[in-house]
Design a protein around this ligand. Structure first.
Ligand code: SAM
Length: 352
């Protein structure tokens, strides 16, 4: 395959994996790029991108599809020779050895891998709850009301259980100490209001393409996009999935704009919160404008005994890497940035 952009995109993603804490995937992608440049078998699963430019390869997240497909083969248990070379809790791995097994798996399971790679990567990052929860605590503190929480673009709905997790925010903690899912973060700034009275009286979520956790294939696909040498992240999402299954969490298949208009109207006696994380950029500009209008309309219906809040964790303006947690509260529409945060919740700079 003579498209040089393919190996370029593999190498760019390799560097990004290393920066984001997955040296194993970084090295594996460099081996994949070498294989491609030498005319090796990896080219066979990249044929849908044979003519793609770098922009298209980035938009499609082609290298993440390849990594996800290989990890899915590992998690399926069907390719023990590959699984034996992958990192496992407490045990690192040699990416050169893993690539030898991956190369054999690509030849043997080419159709299965190609089929996996037709899906756009879809994740659900549980640790984003450590960024959203302080905002929800702030709302509980400031309104003193029970909460109705509505999440849009919720993927598998794992962050719908934000109040069932245990958090450490620097020197303070919040949540059930016996919670199955616990997380901390590198916290700077004053403490969030951990004494706030939190009572969630309604919760619901939607996604354009929800991940159905009761389907073993979809569940495994969600895990496959977690980088295998990020053991803590893997353990956390497994525990969060178990909890979501036990609680029968569901995510409705719906577009964010129509769903927000239909379900998220404010109601007396509670604060109604619409929230989302890392989703805004996936909507075309006209949908962004329609959603902003719909949210403003719900805000205009708010009353002092029926406030409406919009909480979101999205890239800060002019920022490629860091994100901010922003809160708008009606009546009044007061808007403020509560925190700057790492995209996966590794650190939180609390500004409130
Ligand atoms: C990067 S994922 C983030 C998922 C989750 N919020 C999290 O932080 O882990 C983006 C999600 O947005 C969903 N999505 C994109 N456009 C949407 C739309 N118009 N309506 C509903 N969901 C949408 C995708 O299906 C995907 O699950």
């Amino acid at each position: 395959m003579d498209n040089p952009e393919l190996s370029r995109s593999l190498r760019l993603q390799a560097a990004s994996c290393r920066n984001l804490g997955s040296p194993f995937h970084g090295d594996l992608l460099d081996h994949a790029a070498e294989d491609l440049e030498a005319g090796g078998p990896v080219a066979a699963v990249l044929t849908p991108w044979a003519q793609a430019d770098l922009r298209k390869l980035f938009d499609d997240a082609m290298p993440l599809r390849l990594l996800g497909g290989l990890h899915d083969l590992v998690l399926s248990g069907d390719v023990p020779a590959l699984a034996a070379t992958y990192p496992r809790s407490g045990r690192g791995a040699d990416a050169a050895l893993a690539w030898i097994a991956a190369r054999a798996a690509i030849i043997r399971h080419q159709d299965r891998l190609a089929a996996f790679m037709t899906h756009e990567p879809q994740t659900n990052e549980v640790r984003r709850s450590v960024c959203l929860a302080p905002g929800l605590l702030t709302l509980a503190q400031e309104t003193g009301l029970p909460m109705r929480t509505f999440e849009i673009a919720a993927s598998a709905g794992l962050n719908l259980n934000w109040d069932r997790y245990r958090y450490r925010f620097g020197d303070v903690a919040w949540g059930d100490p016996a919670a199955r899912v616990a997380m901390d973060t590198e916290w700077t700034g004053g403490p969030p209001p951990v004494d706030a009275p939190v009572e969630v009286i309604a919760r619901a979520a939607c996604d354009r393409r929800p991940v159905d956790l009761t389907d073993p294939v979809q569940r495994r696909r969600l895990l496959a996009y977690i980088w295998p040498d990020q053991f803590e992240r893997m353990d956390r999402i497994r525990s969060a999935i178990d909890l979501a299954l036990a609680l029968e969490v569901t995510v409705e298949a719906a577009d964010a704009v129509a769903w927000t208009a239909r379900v998220a109207a404010p109601q007396a006696g509670a604060v109604t919160v619409l929230y989302h994380s890392v989703f805004w950029q996936y909507m075309p500009a006209d949908s962004q404008a329609a959603l902003a209008r719909t949210i403003a309309e719900q805000g205009a219906r708010a009353r002092p005994d029926a406030p409406f809040a919009w909480l979101r964790m999205e890239p800060a303006p002019d920022q490629m890497t860091n994100m901010e947690v922003r809160l708008t509260l009606w009546p009044g529409g007061q808007d403020r940035v509560l925190a700057e945060v790492h995209p996966h919740g590794a650190w939180v700079k609390w500004l409130n």
